[in-house]
Design a protein around this ligand. Structure first.
Ligand code: A1EHT
Length: 108
């Protein structure tokens, strides 16, 4: 079964809703998203729904192969991105780049 929901840390919500952040990097527990599928998005902290994303692609990547291109799509510098990933996934080198498109913004 492919995954149909994802959580993000609250601090990334604004960047996702403004379209500045168009990918996320996860470990193998969160790699089973089907390209083209619709995913419900909530905050990690409160499980508060905030948007819908459409998965564009899921690609394996090694931590050491992360580049400025990934960082730009995360709206971060490469060193900031690497630090974030090291905090969330300490000592994991096999990761997955999940790219997505924002298809529904929060209705105010
Ligand atoms: C809440 C939860 O379960 N896990 C994660 C895991 C990752 N991320 C973000 O994805 C990018 C690369 O990892 C960075 O922007 C991360 O901060 C996140 O927001 N939430």
């Amino acid at each position: 079964m492919s995954l149909t929901a994802i959580t993000f840390f609250e601090r990334f919500e604004a960047d996702i809703l403004s379209g500045k952040k168009t990918l996320t990097i996860r470990d193998d527990t969160e790699k089973d998203f089907l390209p083209g599928s619709i995913v419900q998005v909530s905050t990690y902290e409160q499980n508060r729904w905030f948007c819908v994303l459409k998965i564009e692609s899921v690609e394996a990547i090694l931590f050491s192969d992360l580049s400025d291109i990934h960082a730009k799509q995360e709206n971060m510098t490469l060193s900031a991105l690497k630090n974030v990933i090291k905090e969330i996934y300490p000592s994991i080198s096999h990761l997955y780049v999940i790219s997505y498109k924002l298809i529904k913004e929060k209705v105010l």
